[in-house]
Design a protein. Structure first.
Length: 312
């Protein structure tokens, strides 16, 4: 099936070693705003869409939801290489696209226009492009297509669904905010909450306080971020991470903190919201991306202009 994938190597950027790099794959609709083009594709079909993209190949696409995140990731690479030019533990960005190579020229030109450090463009004509994620050692996959995200998660790749929104590009350093249960952690406590209510969940947490919470779908990505952070002193680190969870600090915060300590995962700030809306805190943090499994929390983040990604 490999002949269905056409990979364009971007010779303008330093190629990373996928065995050591933190490889992030983004789809074209996650990194650029292609909503008009996508509508054309759905209404008029692939040929009309391809014609449109070829006719506009020199017109840069506007930035999409994940654009500022990718720019901030680039900044981290720059800082890492400034402190150690031989460092191989870098971010590596590749674009995974269902475009044909012919209609993909506009994607490549747009990335060059904005100076995005994308090492590879993979144009996949197959329905399920996620089958190529493992072969590229992808650690995080961001897509605007729900089926893509579910397929990636089933393949064991950390993945999240990006909703198109107007995003103000926040300044550096890279800021990443995570929800706790069903994102960084497993959903074991969520399940108890569904079955037994809040009191049952609190009792369960107290009984399990000494036992680390299970791993969630984004734990591996967060751990790799943590590994990169340890290369820097506290004051100069170009990465900041946040835990923004619906748990209450008093009843359910201790186990979460102990779990992070057990994992050796450094978190800069933790907010235990006790069920309160997360939007106001996220508006203060201004992360480049916020991961949550609750669509109401994603909506709250979008309402304050925070780029967000849903982990289904």
């Amino acid at each position: 099936m490999a002949e269905l994938e056409s990979t364009v190597i971007n010779t303008n950027v330093k190629q990373k070693d996928p065995s050591t790099a933190l490889v992030i794959a983004v789809t074209t609709r996650a990194i650029f705003n292609l909503e008009e083009e996508h509508k054309l594709y759905l209404e008029k079909g692939k040929e009309e869409y391809t014609r449109h993209q070829q006719a506009n190949q020199d017109k840069p696409l506007p930035p999409g939801t994940a654009f500022a995140f990718i720019q901030a990731v680039q900044y981290v690479n720059k800082k890492i290489l400034e402190s150690n030019p031989a460092e191989r533990d870098l971010f590596d960005i590749l674009v995974l696209s269902n475009n044909s190579p012919e209609s993909g020229v506009r994607i490549i030109n747009s990335a060059k226009h904005y100076g995005l450090e994308i090492s590879k463009f993979c144009f996949v004509s197959d329905e399920d492009s996620t089958q190529y994620l493992k072969s590229h050692s992808v650690k995080l996959f961001l897509s605007a297509d729900r089926t893509d995200v579910c397929n990636a998660l089933q393949r064991g790749v950390s993945a999240a669904l990006v909703f198109q929104q107007e995003v103000q590009a926040p300044s550096t350093p890279l800021r990443v905010a995570f929800d706790g249960d069903a994102v960084l952690f497993s959903d074991e406590t969520d399940q108890i909450f569904q079955e037994q209510g809040l009191e049952g969940a609190v009792q369960y947490e107290r009984a399990m306080e000494a036992v680390p919470i299970g791993e969630g779908p984004l734990k591996a990505f967060a751990m790799h971020l943590g590994k990169m952070r340890k290369k820097f002193g506290q004051g100069e680190c170009p990465i900041r991470t946040y835990l923004v969870t619906a748990r209450s600090g008093r009843d359910m915060g201790v186990r979460a903190i102990k779990t992070l300590r057990e994992w050796g995962l450094p978190i800069d700030e933790a907010f235990f919201m006790d069920g309160a809306p997360k939007g106001p805190i996220l508006a203060q943090i201004q992360p480049h991306i916020f991961f949550d499994d609750g669509l109401h929390n994603i909506q709250g983040a979008q309402n304050v202009g925070v780029p967000s990604a849903w982990v289904p």
